[in-house]
Write a protein that binds this ligand. Structure first.
Ligand code: GLA
Length: 373
């Protein structure tokens, strides 16, 4: 869990922004809710390496250098992440790590970073497995523990080979802040969500490939960004929790509404995302107007998220008694917790069906727990 600069700021990043973001995340409760990693994406370097081939942090954007910034973030209870790329240049045209992996890993260790996002632009005919394994080995050799975030967009199906290479791997091209628009290779969150099911050969979804220490990454969140209604932000967040996504906020956390702050810091939703069983959820039901996504949780609990996928307000219904897989091992009755209404709705025995009007692209989000006896 954390924050990344790209979705809102692209390459317009500097030390003041990072410090402002850190302070905001302390003040609004995000840090204490678990958003620990602050990650600077593309644009933190100068356009050229120095005479010895080292990467250089842009002195205008980061006048005190990266080590000082890392120290500052560590003192404030955060971890610090940076970005680079497996190609000769990054996507925004800064020096990439190809041929400099071991040198760059030493640079990162000297800064004291805790996370590396590693992109895939300008890689030519390079083999993804070789490229990411080389960088992984370089990070190991540098000796500082680093979360290794692979950003290869799913091209080589990293879920089939990267379990021991990266801790998380992007599964698609880039997210943008709309519900289901498509712009070249960038997609609204709903399109990216669908790809989590459709990418796998059997259309059973990417879930089985993920687990503790190796996660599918459906990209950073657009929650709170202007292209989404509140309902769409709420659905986006809920469904990212259901699919066990890394929760990396991508909005301007220095300037967000109380509703979005509440959403992003909701303890019950976060507990679903971070559930220790580490099982990714899946789409169980879909028609033109409604989708039901479910996730098995520890202790026999289940998360159930019902999406109004139509473009209009709709009476939306879920019949829990039909989610037969929840009723296993002698479980016959489950209590229903409504996460967004903050209400206990009784048990599936007496309340098998919940039906209510939902705004376009909004969700109902529940946690069900087995009832004894
Ligand atoms: C690619 C990545 C994005 C972002 C940009 C930076 O598009 O997929 O997440 O890192 O590069 O240039």
């Amino acid at each position: 869990m954390g924050w990344n600069s790209w979705n809102t700021f692209e390459t317009h990043i500097d030390e003041e922004l990072v410090k402002g973001v850190a302070q905001a995340m302390i003040d609004n409760g995000m840090r204490d809710a678990g958003y620990n990693y602050i990650v600077l994406d593309d644009g933190w370097m100068t356009k050229e390496r120095d005479a010895d081939g080292n990467l250089v942090a842009d002195p205008e954007k980061f006048p005190n250098g990266m080590k000082a910034l890392a120290d500052y973030l560590h003192e404030h209870g955060f971890k610090f992440g940076l970005y680079n790329c497996a190609g000769y240049d990054t996507c925004a045209g800064y020096p990439g790590s190809m041929g400099h992996e071991y040198q760059d890993a030493l640079t990162y260790a000297s800064y004291g970073i805790d996370y590396l996002k590693y992109d895939w632009c300008n890689t030519g005919t390079r083999d993804a497995q070789e490229a990411y394994t080389t960088m992984r080995d370089a990070l190991y050799a540098a000796g500082r523990p680093v979360v290794f975030s692979m950003c290869e967009w799913g091209h080589s199906e990293p879920w089939t080979w990267a379990e021991d290479v990266g801790h998380l791997w992007r599964t698609t091209g880039d997210i943008i802040d709309c519900y289901d628009c498509v712009q070249q290779w960038s997609h609204g969150w709903k399109v990216i969500l669908d790809m989590q099911m459709d990418q796998a050969e059997d259309h059973q979804g990417l879930g089985p490939f993920a687990g503790p220490g190796h996660w599918n990454d459906p990209d950073m969140m657009e929650v709170g960004n202007p292209g989404l209604t509140f309902a769409e932000s709420r659905a986006h967040f809920s469904l990212w929790c259901v699919i066990a996504a890394p929760l990396i906020a991508g909005n301007d956390v220095r300037d967000m509404s109380p509703e979005i702050t509440q959403l992003l810091t909701d303890k019950e939703a976060i507990a679903i995302d971070q559930d220790k069983l580490g099982k990714q959820g899946f789409r169980y039901y879909q028609d033109d107007e409604r989708e039901i996504w479910v996730r098995e949780l520890s202790g026999g609990d289940w998360a159930v998220c019902v999406l109004n996928a139509s473009d209009e307000m709709r009476e939306t219904e879920v019949d829990f008694s039909r989610l037969y897989f929840m009723f296993q091992d002698g479980v016959e009755n489950m209590s229903i917790r409504d996460i967004w209404q903050k209400e206990n709705l009784g048990n599936t025995d007496d309340t098998p069906v919940v039906k209510r009007p939902l705004e376009a692209h909004d969700v109902m989000f529940f946690r069900l727990s087995p009832v004894e006896g």
